[in-house]
Design a protein around this ligand. Structure first.
Ligand SMILES: NC(=O)c1ccc[n+]([C@@H]2O[C@H](COP(=O)([O-])OP(=O)(O)OC[C@H]3O[C@@H](n4cnc5c(N)ncnc54)[C@H](O)[C@@H]3O)[C@@H](O)[C@H]2O)c1
Length: 291
C-alpha cells in the first residue's frame, strides 16, 4: 500500500516532529490536537526542525538561502493543523501520539475507526502499551499496529513496528514500508511491555535512578559523567526532561508492573510529576528550561 495522505493525532513532544518527518518526505499530513495552542506548538516545532535542516544545506552550499526558505514553506505547506476529524476521510495511515494512557488511546482509536476509510492503517506511537488492547477499541484490529518512533523523531532513524495479536501480516508489512517511505529504519517486534528498545533503555536507566535515590548525588553530576564519558549524547535525567517526565514515569511504572523490581521508579521523578513539573514541556523538571 502506498500512503498518499497521513495523519498524526496529538501534536506534543512527539507529534509535531512526526508530522514534520512525514511532510519532509513529500506526503501531506493532518496534525490534530485538542487545543489550537498545542496544534500551533506542534507546527512551530515542525518549522524549527525544517529550518535547521535546510540551514545545514545552505552552510554546505547545497541550497541558496532563497531555495532553503522555499523548501521550508513547501514542507510546512503539507502539514494541515486541525482540531477535528473532518480531514481524516481520505487518509491512508494514521499515527496516534496522545498521552501514554490506555483509556485516552482507546477513545482516540474508536474515533479513528469511525472517521477514517476502511482501508486506513491505524498506528500507535505507544512506548509500551498493548497494541492488542488498543485495537480492541476498533472494528479493524487487523489494521492496528504499533509504530514507535524515538525522540527526537526528526533525527532518530529507528521505528519499532509492533504486531498485536490480530495485526495482519499485510498491515505489519505496510507499516514497515511506510517507515521506509518516510526514510526511517523499521524493526519488527512482537508485543511485550517496553518492546525492544525501552526494555533495554529502562533497565539501564533503572540502575542509575536507583543509585541516585540511594546516594542523593546531584543528577547534573551523573548526567555530566555519562555524557563526558561519551556513553550517550545526554544523561538519563536530561533525556527524561526532554522526552517528558510524565511519559518517562508512566513507562517506568508500566515496566515495573510488568517485570517486577528489577525495573525502578525514581522517587524525585514521581515528586516532580506530582507537582506538575514535566521537564522541557512545562519549563521545569530536573533542569530549568527556557521555553
Ligand atoms: N516523549 C517521548 O520521548 C516519546 C518517545 C516515543 C514514544 N512516545 C509515546 O508517544 C505518545 C505521545 O507522547 P508525547 O511525549 O508526545 O506526549 P505529550 O504529552 O507531549 O503530547 C501528547 C499530545 O496529545 C494531545 N492529546 C490528548 N488527547 C488528545 C486527543 N483526544 N486528540 C488529539 N490530541 C490529544 C495533548 O494535548 C498533547 O498535545 C505516548 O504514547 C508516548 O509514550 C513518547
Amino acid at each position: 500500500m502506498f500512503v498518499f495522505k497521513a495523519a498524526v493525532v496529538g501534536a506534543g513532544t512527539m507529534g509535531g516532529e512526526i508530522a514534520q518527518v512525514i511532510a519532509a518526505s513529500g506526503i501531506p499530513v493532518v496534525l490534530k490536537d485538542v487545543d489550537q495552542k498545542f496544534v500551533d506548538a506542534g507546527i512551530d516545532k515542525a518549522r524549527e526542525v525544517t529550518e535547521r535542516a535546510n540551514a545545514k544545506l545552505v552552510s554546505k552550499e547545497k541550497l541558496s538561502a532563497d531555495q532553503a526558505s522555499i523548501a521550508t514553506e513547501e514542507v510546512l505547506g503539507r502539514i494541515g493543523g486541525t482540531l477535528t476529524y473532518d480531514d481524516f476521510g481520505d487518509v491512508d495511515f494514521v499515527i496516534e501520539a496522545v498521552p501514554e494512557k490506555m483509556e485516552i488511546k482507546q477513545a482516540v482509536f474508536s474515533d479513528l475507526d469511525a472517521w477514517t476509510p476502511g482501508h486506513a492503517i491505524l498506528a500507535s506511537n505507544t512506548s509500551g502499551l498493548s497494541i492488542t488492547e488498543i485495537a480492541d477499541a476498533t472494528s479493524r484490529p487487523d489494521k492496528v499496529v504499533g509504530f514507535h518512533f524515538f525522540w527526537p523523531a526528526s533525527f532518530m532513524r529507528l521505528i519499532e513496528v509492533i504486531e498485536g495479536e490480530e495485526t495482519s501480516p499485510e498491515t505489519a508489512q505496510a507499516a514497515a514500508n511506510f517507515a521506509q517511505q518516510i526514510k526511517k529504519m523499521p524493526v519488527r517486534c512482537a508485543e511485550c511491555p517496553g518492546f525492544v528498545v525501552n526494555r533495554i533503555l529502562m533497565s539501564t536507566a533503572s540502575e542509575i535512578w536507583r543509585y541516585q535515590d540511594e546516594t542523593g548525588i546531584d543528577v547534573k553530576e551523573i548526567d555530566a559523567a555519562i555524557q563526558g564519558a561519551g556513553l550517550a549524547p545526554m544523561g538519563p535525567f536530561h533525556l527524561s526532561d526532554m522526552t517528558g517526565l510524565d511519559t518517562s514515569l508512566k513507562v517506568a511504572k508500566d515496566m515495573q508492573d510488568a517485570y517486577g523490581d528489577r525495573f525502578y521508579v525514581h522517587n524525585t521523578m514521581e515528586e516532580l510529576v506530582a507537582a506538575g513539573n514535566l521537564g522541557q514541556k512545562t519549563g521545569k523538571g530536573f533542569y530549568e528550561h527556557g521555553n
